[in-house]
Design a protein around this ligand. Structure first.
Ligand SMILES: [Zn+2]
Length: 493
């Protein structure tokens, strides 16, 4: 976090006043990383499988969230200190004391707090009664009183609302995948841990609509041998950290995963997170406990990443069945079932992989963080991002500002930008300091313009991961950079 703040990868929101917990801004480097992550997701999960992306509104009228169940169910138990007035998540206070309470109702939490004599963690004062707090931000649509609206707590609802139109205008055939990347808002009671629990955050959600009579995926064969670790319900109940390793096919056969469709996405998710630079051993699928699973669900499995603050959920895989479409059909009075080719009708079922963008970035920052390296370097800190996801692909650095080197370097930076590379130009400070700054934001290639550039038309390329350099002709640079990025070449070959 220190290096992320120092290099403005992340910026605490409203810092000029007093930062409000649960909000973070992305600086230029963080935004570039986020943009590349989202673009890679789009390519990996949507474009490659022919799924559609849409963009729906943030503000939803109350009737939508009543139908979806968010108005009555989307909340957390809250308890306040009667002395200092601070508010806390009642279940978190108990969990911090090692007491299990997944799915407990406010009355049960109340009793547990009394039994265990839990007091205010801030001032030691006595706690009041446990209440229920809805996590949605409420607003008015229209002037004065207007109609009650809420800022969306997930991007998924917009997809269900638009499903019928997209379905009809794009072939009217199941299965169909519809996705959305965008912000969601949850008024968390006491957000902590930086990017883990934000009140405003980004999601990448894919809803896969299919005929419940054929819960298969046309590409399942391609990932059936993909291996992953599963943290089973039994191991969670025992309180151990043990995982079992299964292939996607075995996970379906053992009925841990409800169907091939979810197993397909789990296999793809593994491939994706490994590409981001998260090691295999830091990834596990956690089978959600029955008390954590919504009543309508056909199965929920989270992908978790090991971090310095513990295991963090980065994806929620949910078999939402026909719950959402059915609820909106009932509430709106419009039939959302679809006609099949054989003349029958069916309410599509949905498997949803829902990705947390900010949490994924946090995991990348942690797992790509390095300190030191070769002797020359050092004690400096750097990020080992994969080349194709690095916020900036290259930096162009004139050895000196004088003798036309700066002009030549500016010209080269511009020409690389013309060719589509994300390039930084830096002429400030010693060359060593500039290398260090680029390492700190994970730039894989530093291109230095020196006196030989003017004489022979060559530049040096320095590789981030070993600090070694090679000399290349300027007219070969574009081709070289493309091949280094494509092959993720991060040391001198
Ligand atoms: Zn207190």
């Amino acid at each position: 976090m220190e290096i992320a703040l120092k290099r403005s990868i992340l910026i605490p929101s409203n810092e000029l006043y007093s930062p409000v917990a649960g909000f973070y801004d992305y600086g230029p480097v963080g935004k570039a990383l986020k943009r590349k992550l989202e673009e890679y997701w789009r390519d990996f999960f949507l474009r490659k499988d022919g799924y559609f992306e849409i963009e729906t509104v943030y503000v939803l009228p109350e009737v939508v969230l009543k139908a979806s169940g968010h108005l009555s169910c989307f909340g957390d138990p809250v308890v306040g200190c009667t002395k200092c007035g601070k508010k806390f998540r009642a279940d978190h206070l108990l969990e911090e004391k090692g007491k299990r309470c997944e799915g407990a109702k406010p009355e049960e939490l109340n009793n547990k707090i009394k039994e265990n004599n839990i007091r205010c963690p801030e001032c030691g004062g006595p706690l009041g009664e446990v209440g229920w707090f809805n996590l949605m931000f409420k607003t008015n649509i229209g002037p004065i009183e207007g109609t009650t609206g809420y800022i969306r707590p997930e991007t998924a609802q917009g997809i269900f609302l638009d499903f019928q139109r997209v379905f009809r205008s794009h072939g009217s055939k199941l299965p169909m995948g519809i996705a959305q990347i965008g912000k969601s808002f949850r008024n968390e009671i006491s957000p902590r841990q930086g990017l883990v629990r934000l009140r405003e955050f980004s999601q990448m959600e894919l809803e896969y609509f299919f005929n419940p009579n054929s819960p298969t995926h046309p590409k399942f064969k391609r990932v059936e041998k993909e291996k992953f670790r599963i943290y089973s319900r039994e191991e969670q109940k025992k309180g151990t950290d043990n995982c079992i390793e299964l292939t996607a096919r075995e996970a379906v056969e053992r009925k841990i995963v409800p169907n091939e469709i979810m197993a397909y996405f789990m296999g793809r998710e593994m491939q994706f997170y490994l590409k981001l630079g998260i090691p295999y051993d830091a990834l596990r699928f956690r089978h959600m406990l029955p008390e954590e699973t919504p009543h309508y669900s056909g199965g929920n499995i989270d992908l978790e990443v090991k971090t310095s603050v513990g295991w963090v959920e980065v994806i929620g895989n949910a078999y939402r069945t026909d719950y959402d479409l059915k609820s909106h059909s009932k509430s709106s009075g419009k039939d959302l079932s679809v006609s099949l080719e054989d003349g029958g009708k069916v309410m599509p079922h949905v498997v949803e992989p829902s990705f947390g963008v900010d949490r994924t970035i946090l995991c990348m920052l942690e797992h790509c963080y390095r300190k030191g390296g070769d002797a020359e370097r050092r004690d400096w800190e750097w990020f080992d991002f994969p080349a194709f996801l690095s916020p900036f692909e290259a930096a162009v650095l004139p050895l000196m500002k004088k003798d036309g080197l700066a002009e030549k370097a500016t010209e080269l930076a511009d020409s690389l930008r013309e060719k589509g590379f994300d390039v930084l130009y830096d002429e400030t400070g010693s060359i060593g300091k500039r290398y260090a700054r680029q390492d700190e934001i994970g730039t894989p290639y530093c291109i230095t313009i020196d006196y030989d550039t003017l004489k022979e038309g060559t530049v040096t390329i320095r590789f981030r991961n070993d600090g070694k350099q090679t000399r290349e002709k300027i007219d070969k640079l574009e081709e070289k950079l493309h091949s280094f990025i494509k092959g993720n070449v991060l040391c001198l070959p």
